[in-house]
Design a protein around this ligand. Structure first.
Ligand code: ATP
Length: 608
């Protein structure tokens, strides 16, 4: 692989995991489509040469494929080199059906989209459980296999010699008309991309991109969502396949090569992944400029490399991404400052919402029961033979020194940590058989010791994503569940004034509250809170305490890991104490603080 290829792949991998994350597009961002389409539509009137219009058509066709790629690259963070192969699969399907089997062009085009989608589904099915570099290498293998299959299946594809005389779409046989047909398809893709990125699927993709564990904890089926996205991505690329075949009029297996797949990747990264205009701008810039220097191949390669390096060096986020970021900085400066949060004085009552966030439980009824839970990490037994019962309407404390196994226990219950023995049931269901997202859907919500949030999104967007299971109609694009529940969470957590602020700009304590709010948006029946009070100011502590008490009174079960003993002891009715993975004591707060084993292992004499 060339130095440049490595640079781009490294940039793609590192950039996509840091700093270039997709964000929710503004409601009015679709307006960008209008100037894009108008400018494109006017171009053939200004630049009229047959060759030039041909290049512009190719730019539009590649842009369609680039948007398909961007759905997984920009919005899911998967670096795929297989998309040129998918494009070629679509092109060959059209060519074979029309030239060998005499199928009408439009039927063949529909079949091409279908076959490309199926090919994408196949690739996704094989690779969706792999992440990062593993996925990229799998996509590389897919491209290589596609080239081999097309080359070797000579009876169908004519092998390395390729196929000539590819028909053009009926009624679109001139260069200019193919340009406008491609523009119509591109416009539809732009609209679809805008709608997709604002839809539940788009939000879930961003959540998965940001943090798969968090996404699953919110009830998002990570594998199914990735499959869906990859299939849609392949379908979009499939739209470009027939156009590409008609444009090129002579197709060979080399169109599916890894290098072509790499070029598509370059277009998206250069233009700006996860932006509405980025892929088109990237293709136009790279293809346009390199075509202008087509008279010398060496010079063309140098120009291509030059563009790539310049953008990588100076435009983090690609051309469009960088411009959009600079613009948003200016816009933020112009915007009047948001009113500061006025923390509730601990004394006054918190305005609790009239809404019922959870199904009212039956106090005293066993909701969760674990027997002999054991989890080993190699030679370390993180949790050893722990049994625990949680009844509705209880706040249960789990305490112990660092490394006692508290977070591991939460991991076992929420499903994040696998490979344990023992038994665990929740609402009568055996948890062993349930994945993380299924447990969340069943009603197990959680926060994490180290905040796991959608750091590049606003507080409200975090809550909207977290409330995904409860939007009216899962496919709905509406932001709020419609019953004011998210509103209520903003009030309960005291985050209303910060609702439109990006989470990464909030203080640690505010981020903690966002985490609690997100867990509540899942509408859990049991809430696992891993040190929610850590880092909270004294003034914030009473608010959260009252919130937990109120949730308990609604019938919710709360398992609370907390080192702030005063808070924990005043909230909990029952406390479990772990030390080196073992349950060393359990009982009421009074019993626990006076238990000599707990004093010796954890509390010391000052808390006793
Ligand atoms: N992924 C892992 N791989 C190997 N060992 C692990 C892993 N996670 C936890 N452990 C070990 O398991 C034990 C329990 O860790 P755990 O994080 O559950 O404790 P904890 O009580 O939550 O501690 P803290 O209060 O510091 O968060 C520790 O010895 C820890 O080193």
């Amino acid at each position: 692989m060339s130095v440049m290829s490595k640079a781009v792949l490294t940039r793609a991998a590192s950039g996509l995991s840091a700093g270039l994350k997709a964000r929710e597009p503004g409601r009015r961002e679709w307006l960008t489509i209008i100037p894009i389409v108008v400018v494109c539509a006017l171009l053939p009137l200004v630049i009229q040469g047959r060759y030039e219009v041909g290049v512009m058509t190719l730019i539009l066709i590649y842009a369609i494929a680039a948007y398909g790629l961007d759905l997984v690259l920009g919005h899911l963070g998967l670096v795929s080199v297989a998309h040129a192969a998918l494009l070629t699969v679509g092109a060959y399907t059209l060519v074979i059906l029309t030239t060998k089997y005499g199928v009408g062009y439009w039927w063949a085009a529909i079949a091409a989209v279908g076959v490309t989608t199926l090919a994408g589904l196949l690739l996704a099915g094989i690779t969706m459980r792999s992440r990062g570099h593993y996925f990229s290498v799998s996509s590389l293998a897919f491209a290589a296999v596609t080239v081999v299959v097309i080359t070797q299946w000579t009876s169908l594809t004519n092998g390395a010699s390729g196929i000539y005389a590819i028909p053009t779409p009926p009624g679109f046989d001139s260069t200019v008309s193919l340009f406008y047909l491609s523009l119509i398809v591109l416009t539809a893709v732009l609209v679809a991309m805008h709608l997709l990125t604002r839809s539940t699927l788009g939000r879930n993709l961003r959540a998965i991109h940001a943090d798969e564990v968090l996404a699953a904890s919110l009830g998002i089926n990570v594998v199914a969502t990735k499959l869906k996205a990859f299939t849609v991505s392949a379908a979009i690329v499939g739209l470009a396949g027939p156009l590409f075949a008609s444009w090129i009029s002579y197709i060979t297996p080399s169109s599916a090569s890894i290098m072509e797949g790499f070029n598509l990747l370059v277009y998206v990264i250069i233009g700006g992944s996860a932006t509405l205009a980025g892929p088109l701008v990237g293709v136009a810039l790279v293809v346009g400029v390199t075509e202008a220097f087509r008279f010398t191949e060496l010079f063309q390669t140098l120009i291509f490399s030059g563009i790539v390096f310049l953008v990588l060096l100076f435009f983090r986020g690609g051309v469009v991404g960088s411009v959009a970021r600079a613009w948003s900085r200016v816009a933020v400066r112009r915007r009047p400052p948001e009113p500061a949060v006025v923390p509730e004085s601990g004394a006054g009552p918190v305005a609790l919402p009239h809404l019922r966030p959870v199904e009212r439980g039956e106090p005293g009824k066993v909701l969760f029961e674990a027997r002999s839970l054991t989890k080993k990490y190699g030679g370390v037994t993180a949790v050893s033979d722990v049994s625990l019962t949680a009844r509705e309407g209880e706040i249960i404390g789990v305490i112990g020194p660092n490394g006692a196994g508290k977070s591991t226990l939460f991991g076992l219950i929420s499903g994040v940590v696998g490979g344990w023995t023992g038994s665990a049931t929740f609402a009568g269901r055996d948890l062993r058989r349930l994945a993380v997202h299924e447990r969340a859907r069943l009603g197990i919500g959680r926060t994490f010791q180290t905040n796991r949030l959608l750091a590049d999104e606003t507080v409200l967007q975090n809550l909207v994503t977290a409330g995904y299971l409860h939007r009216p109609g899962r496919g709905s694009r509406s932001a709020d569940p419609g019953d004011g529940f998210l509103d209520a969470i903003l009030d309960l957590t005291g985050l209303r004034a910060k609702a439109n602020q990006v989470v990464s700009g909030l203080s640690i304590e505010e981020q903690k509250l966002v985490g609690v709010g997100m867990a509540l948006a899942v509408r859990p029946r049991m809430l696992l809170l891993d040190e929610p009070f850590a880092g909270l100011r004294e003034s914030e502590t009473p608010r959260l305490m009252r919130l937990l008490e109120w949730l308990r009174d609604q019938g919710m079960v709360i398992l609370l890991v907390e080192h702030k003993m005063r808070v924990l002891m005043s909230l909990c009715s029952h406390v479990y104490v772990l030390d080196s993975g073992q349950l060393i004591a359990e009982g009421s707060p009074d019993e626990i603080v006076n238990d000599p084993r707990v004093i010796s292992a954890y509390l010391g004499t000052k808390n006793a």
